[in-house]
Write a protein that binds this ligand. Structure first.
Ligand code: FNR
Length: 372
């Protein structure tokens, strides 16, 4: 169907499923074990309800914000997802170019199909990009990569901490990872010693360092001045340790349900993190010095508004953009962002919030979120 008939982010998934290769569908859509966590990522948002305010003169509403100090036209960012070329020949560049047009931030994955430099080269002048980091067992490789990224103008380093080993994604495991896979033609020489028998995820992940530890944080702080954010924090205890270690923030995430099955959704973790960091360190959120991000299952502006009301600075969206470019290339991603803009305008009016700052905790009822 033409893009004008795409009305919401779910539509991209339904269409992508029909047009993508079986292998790409398996890699993008798959999740750990019985895929219950992925389903719950959506369901968690259904347990949060609004308390809108009325009669607030909502002719003009503005949903732009700042993420780590950088302008974003939406309180969302395009999160890191590996292997963009499985879905479309231009891979991650679809995201880079659409992000430029719509003034949102792209997080470049370590395991992009396009090379890191190609993605940075394709950014518009002044376009903000972040980098997601999988830490290599060979720390020299990681150090070089991080310092190169900083030189190339990357504005934030998101260290993935929920994936010492990639989760068991059986849909993907049933597919053989073949020699013509795009990952193998990039310059990030991980392909020589890969096990091709168990799907894309396993094949590309063997270099990830399982020994990564809190003790390594000062080392990261010594090799770069970029803000450091841990991606994949899943309880308040670790968020508190990240704050005490002097990091710039955390992404509360279960990796789209692809890692530990039965880890709670980011938005549920957000509730306890905000509560405990207030109690123990006197922090209030959103907070410029220590920013909270959430990802997993976000498909509507209402989902984003719930997370923002509860204290998130911004929210990451993954699969919908993959499905959008798999079916329609760059234009699909642009349409997805346009849809989000439209949803923001309407829902902020209905919520009685004229700016993102006016989206406050009192506007949601999260009382049925299970609290630890
Ligand atoms: C991911 N994600 C991910 N995260 C990361 O830190 N490094 C990576 O290489 C990848 N790769 C990746 C591939 C694919 C196909 C998916 C779907 C996801 C996780 C991603 O950043 C994010 O946490 C989730 O995708 C968010 O959930 P939604 O928006 O996809 O529901």
């Amino acid at each position: 169907p033409p893009l004008t008939e795409i009305l919401n982010l779910h539509d991209f998934e339904a269409i992508a499923r029909q047009v993508m290769t079986e292998k790409a569908w398996a890699y993008y859509s798959s999740a750990a074990d019985d895929e219950i966590t992925t389903r719950e990522n959506h369901a968690a948002y259904h347990r949060i309800w609004f308390r809108p305010r009325i009669l607030r003169s909502v002719t003009n509403v503005d949903w732009s914000t700042k993420i780590l100090g950088h302008a974003s036209k939406l309180p969302i960012y395009i999160t890191a997802t590996a292997l963009g070329k499985l879905g479309h020949p231009d891979g991650e560049l679809n995201l880079t170019r659409a992000a430029a047009k719509h003034g949102v931030i792209q997080m470049i994955p370590t395991l992009a199909s396009c090379s890191f430099d190609e993605i940075v080269d394709n950014a518009a002048p002044g376009q903000t990009q972040f980098l997601q980091l999988y830490v290599n067992s060979d720390r020299e490789i990681t150090k070089k990569f991080v310092q190169h990224a900083e030189k190339r103008g990357i504005k934030g380093l998101f260290i993935t901490v929920d994936a010492p080993q990639l989760g068991r994604r059986e849909k993907d495991m049933r597919m053989k990872f073949e020699a013509e896979d795009p990952r193998e033609v990039t310059d990030n020489k991980v392909s020589n010693k890969v096990d091709r028998s168990q799907g894309a995820a396993r094949a590309i992940s063997s270099f990830i360092d399982t020994s990564l530890d809190w003790k390594d944080i000062p080392w990261f702080q010594s090799i770069t001045k970029m803000p450091l954010i841990l991606k994949g924090v899943q309880c308040w205890e670790d968020a508190l340790m990240a704050y005490d270690a002097g990091l710039a923030g955390v992404v509360l995430s279960n990796h789209g349900g692809r890692q530990l099955e039965f880890s709670r959704s980011g938005v549920e973790t957000l509730v306890e993190v905000v509560r405990e960091l207030k109690l123990r360190r006197g922090l209030t959120f959103p907070n410029e010095k220590f920013q909270l991000f959430v990802d997993g299952g976000v498909r509507r502006a209402t989902d984003v508004l719930k997370a923002v009301a509860l204290g998130a600075t911004a929210v990451g969206i993954g699969r919908p953009f993959l499905y959008a470019f798999s079916a329609y290339g760059q234009e699909g991603v642009e349409r997805a962002l346009e849809i989000l803009h439209d949803e923001f305008e309407m829902n902020m009016r209905l919520l009685g919030a004229r700016t993102i700052k006016e989206v406050v905790p009192e506007m949601v009822d999260a009382g049925s979120i299970h609290q630890h």
